[in-house]
Write a protein that binds this ligand. Structure first.
Ligand code: PEP
Ligand code: MG
Length: 570
């Protein structure tokens, strides 16, 4: 028995036998070719690259409907890499100049590129070296004429296995999906690697960054994967095995109990009804929200329709996207946020660099600066309003002028539709994100003017504490529990309550079950979060006594003290 430690990226426990995935890059033949074979060797390389590219493109075209939405863009990037001269021309140059065989030339060039990526400052770009490596692995497998991923695996195998690999590319992951595996372990990769993203969306325990684990494992070794701590135990003793079987069973029971809450109402022990809504980024996620039992969509981040492309989505395209969500939600309220672009979310082809993007021409400021683009979105929203109840949510509001300008823009979009005889509805509700401290501090007139509010804690925290939400160096200062943040949230909720207007939180805090009681204590009755978090939060709501929590939280806030979450536990 021995253990290895990596980074847990997919929750749960897996207890099963290993199946080891071949790593073509580790088994590359190295030899020199004769001068007269240079052309044919280059040709052999280019045709392997072409067939790999065709294979990847075919995968994109035939993606199953339930495939994780991250897969198509990743596979496309991989197929584009195969057209990149840094890979094609440079590798052929190595074959011509050094007379290396195709595999050797490709791995040499690949190592150089991966090395360049590894020196980049940006963590995301650093991890993209993995994309180059994964594409090269694929080409090497084609060159070797053995596309089999898992030599020790037979599809007829009943019992789920744990895949052990040096790295698993998204394309490999797609192939493996059908196989019903118990877990994934890789030597490489970090928490933001695509492997991690895809593993999470498949809901299987996974651990990445295990060093040289793969070389220590043989097909059939017995493994325990702890998808919480990142520990992997190889050939465990009976005692350890019994302990993990118990943990696995307890976790399974916990999940099953949560599933049983699907149709249960989100109501506290003292009878307060709580609305649990979903945050979505793409129209197709509405189905997920409905399946998770969401009471509505609390935040549709419409900017994702505008990103990853060089043109703007047309009115018709937007109308179809918004209508799809409204129809999918079958009469439940759908909150669509107007374009929140700027800061960390930029449009492709927009080269503007603001002095301080988080404080610059962002969100509503950007939209009011580009009236035609804003009008297109508003017309699409009004047209989609025919199919159900839409709440139009304006991001980054900091002044009443912006509220008035937004309302005028909506009314003028309505007049345009009227004039052209295009069917639409005027039943929309208008609300603002409360994420700039100024409006949280002086919230009363906004409550009067608007139909609803939604507190964006992600930005509110960054602006209150002067801590960039995306900067790892100050991440420890990004403190959702800071009394100043909580006072602003409480102030906003109280003002909305007094005016009888709905108020939600749609920032990450709303989906964090460890702070659900605290938010109930602040008086929150509307939470919007990722659909996967809904049942965990519902469980907390159902175990909470809202009035008792309100008393405890209010007394700490009056003294501007930090709230100790342990004191709010049942
Ligand atoms: C927020 O700021 O809390 C929010 C929900 O919006 P985003 O994360 O898209 O900025
Ligand atoms: Mg925000």
């Amino acid at each position: 028995m021995f253990t290895a430690q990596g980074q847990a990226v997919g929750k749960g426990y897996a207890i099963a036998k290993a199946v080891v995935m071949s790593a073509a890059a580790l088994e590359v033949p190295h030899y020199r070719i004769a001068a007269e074979d240079v052309d044919s060797e280059s040709q052999r390389l280019l045709s392997a690259m072409a067939s790999t590219r065709d294979e990847l493109r075919a995968m994109v075209d035939q993606l199953p409907v339930d495939a994780p939405r991250e897969l198509a863009p990743i596979l496309t990037v991989h197929s584009l890499l195969l057209d990149d001269p840094m890979l094609t021309q440079q590798t052929c140059a190595i074959i011509a100049e050094r007379h290396y065989n195709a595999e050797w030339a490709l791995t040499s060039q690949g190592q150089m590129l991966v090395e360049q990526f590894s020196q980049m400052e940006d963590e995301y770009l650093r991890e993209r070296g993995a994309d180059v490596r994964q594409v090269i692995e694929r080409v090497l497998r084609v060159l070797a004429g053995k596309p089999a991923l898992l030599p020790g695996f037979s599809a007829a195998q009943e019992e789920p296995l744990i895949v052990v690999a040096r790295d698993i590319s998204p394309a490999d992951m797609l192939r493996l999906r059908g196989g019903h595996f118990a877990g994934f372990l890789t030597d490489l990769g970090g928490p933001t690697s695509h492997t991690a993203i895809v593993a999470r969306s498949l809901s299987v325990p996974a651990v990445v960054g295990l060093g040289s684990f793969r070389s220590l494992i043989r097909d059939g070794d017995f493994l325990i994967v702890d998808g919480f701590s990142g520990a992997v135990i190889v050939n465990p003793s009976e005692l350890v095995l019994a302990e993990y079987r118990e943990r696995q069973e307890a976790y399974r029971r916990e999940r099953a109990e949560l599933e049983a809450l699907l149709d249960a109402p989100a109501v506290t022990l003292d009878g307060i009804n709580v609305r649990l809504e979903a945050n979505i980024e793409l129209p197709e996620e509405a189905e997920l929200a409905l399946k998770a039992g969401a009471d509505g969509i609390g935040l549709f981040r419409s900017e994702f329709l505008f990103m990853g492309r060089t043109d703007l989505p047309s009115e018709q395209e937007q109308y179809e996207a918004y209508s799809r969500v409204v129809k999918a939600m079958k009469g439940k309220v759908v909150t669509i946020r107007t374009l929140d672009i700027g800061a960390d979310k930029t449009l492709d082809g927009d080269a503007t660099v603001a002095t301080n993007p988080a404080l610059g021409l962002r969100a509503i400021r950007y939209c009011l600066d580009k009236p035609e683009m804003f009008a297109t979105q508003l017309r699409a929203l009004l047209r989609a309003s025919q199919h159900g109840q839409i709440r139009i949510l304006i991001p980054m509001i900091s002044s009443m002028n912006e509220v008035h300008a937004s309302r005028q823009a909506i009314e003028s979009a309505a007049r345009e539709l009227e004039k052209s005889g295009t069917p639409f509805a005027r039943n929309y509700l208008l609300g603002a994100m409360v994420e700039v401290p100024a409006i949280a501090i002086a919230i009363e007139p906004f409550v009067q003017e608007l139909d609803f509010l939604s507190i964006g804690t992600n930005d509110l925290i960054q602006y209150v504490l002067a801590v960039d939400r995306g900067d790892a160096e100050v991440a420890s200062l990004y403190d959702p529990m800071h009394p100043a943040v909580l006072r602003l949230i409480a102030h906003t909720i109280n003002a909305a309550d007094r005016a009888g207007k709905p108020v939600a939180i749609c920032g990450e805090m709303a989906g964090d079950a460890s702070v659900t009681r605290m938010l109930l204590g602040l008086g929150l009755k509307e939470f919007s979060m990722h659909p996967q978090q809904l049942l965990d939060v519902k469980k907390e709501v159902r175990l909470s006594h809202s009035n008792a929590l309100r008393v405890k939280v209010a007394s700490a806030l009056n003294r501007a003290e930090r709230i100790d979450l342990a004191t709010l536990a049942a």
